[in-house]
Design a protein around this ligand. Structure first.
Ligand SMILES: CC(C)(COP(=O)(O)OP(=O)(O)OC[C@H]1O[C@@H](n2cnc3c(N)ncnc32)[C@H](O)[C@@H]1OP(=O)(O)O)[C@@H](O)C(=O)NCCC(=O)NCCS
Length: 236
């Protein structure tokens, strides 16, 4: 009962935060907009699409607003916030969101890549990478209801992580799982299957309400790096 109440409060807080336009996806409380500094960086975006043969990640383009609008008519959006929209969303809202995605590092979501499944090139989901601190990135993701449970989020996270370590020069990546219920379970599994380890709890605060939450933090360090805690974590 108490847990349900907590979940309902959290859901309300998500919506409030969306209203404040301070939030990306459900697991993106810590989005920062700084550009990363590192070797191999090419204008802040991958030199070409990232693909493992099943999933292809590409930059967003204007044409994505039609798919975003269609997804924005689905009540699932209100429940999961896999896209930061209100359902039903207007065409103008869909266009604005895609434009924000296109702003990449200069926008509030960080680098946003569109998840597609070749040969189709339509948007099935989104994954974003933002910089939390020097050398530390955060990954957030969302997949459309009809494309879930096909391994897309796991593949997308693995692709972005490999690229971020190899090309951006990040040392550590984090996923903060804030989604409640079944989506939280799925998100935990995505992090684990993409090789992230459980790094304890992270504290986040919803600015609109001042309510603070403890959420599960997952982390992955660059190959060859020791598994250390958050660089900015308070000493025990
Ligand atoms: C979380 C989310 C991104 C997962 O995307 P996905 O493409 O379906 O994930 P995958 O197919 O890669 O699944 C990864 C694992 O999660 C499991 N999983 C996925 N959906 C699940 C569900 N509804 N219930 C239980 N497990 C689930 C999969 O079975 C898989 O584990 P397994 O291989 O051990 O079976 C998607 O459900 C979503 O967008 N949810 C709404 C937004 C959200 O919650 N985002 C994350 C916020 S932290």
């Amino acid at each position: 009962m108490c847990r349900d109440k907590h979940k309902r409060e959290k859901n309300r807080a998500y919506v409030q935060q969306l209203r404040d336009r301070r939030q990306g996806y459900a697991c993106s409380f810590h989005l920062a907009r700084r550009r990363p500094v590192g070797s191999g960086w090419r204008d802040g975006t991958p030199a070409g699409p990232l693909s493992d043969g099943v999933v292809l990640l590409r930059l967003p383009h204007e044409g994505d607003s039609e798919a975003v609008w269609t997804y924005g008519q689905d009540p699932d959006i209100a429940e999961t916030h896999w896209l930061p929209l209100f359902a039903p969303c207007s065409r103008a809202a869909a266009t604005r969101l895609v434009q924000e995605f296109q702003h990449g590092w200069d926008g509030r979501f960080g680098l946003t890549l569109v998840i597609t499944t070749p040969p189709a090139c339509d948007l099935c989901g989104v994954v974003n990478l933002s910089i939390r601190a020097q050398g530390v990135g955060e990954i957030a993701y969302g997949v459309a209801p009809q494309h879930r449970r096909r391994g897309l989020a796991t593949r997308a996270v693995s692709l972005v992580a490999a690229w971020a370590f190899a090309q951006v020069g990040l040392r550590r990546l984090e996923i903060c799982v804030t989604a409640p219920g079944v989506h939280g379970v799925a998100s935990h599994r995505v992090a684990e299957k993409a090789g992230f380890f459980d790094d304890g709890m992270c504290r986040s605060c919803v600015p609109a309400t001042g309510v603070a939450y403890e959420d599960r933090l997952y982390a992955l360090v660059a190959p060859g790096m020791p598994e250390t805690g958050r660089p900015d974590a308070a000493p025990a």
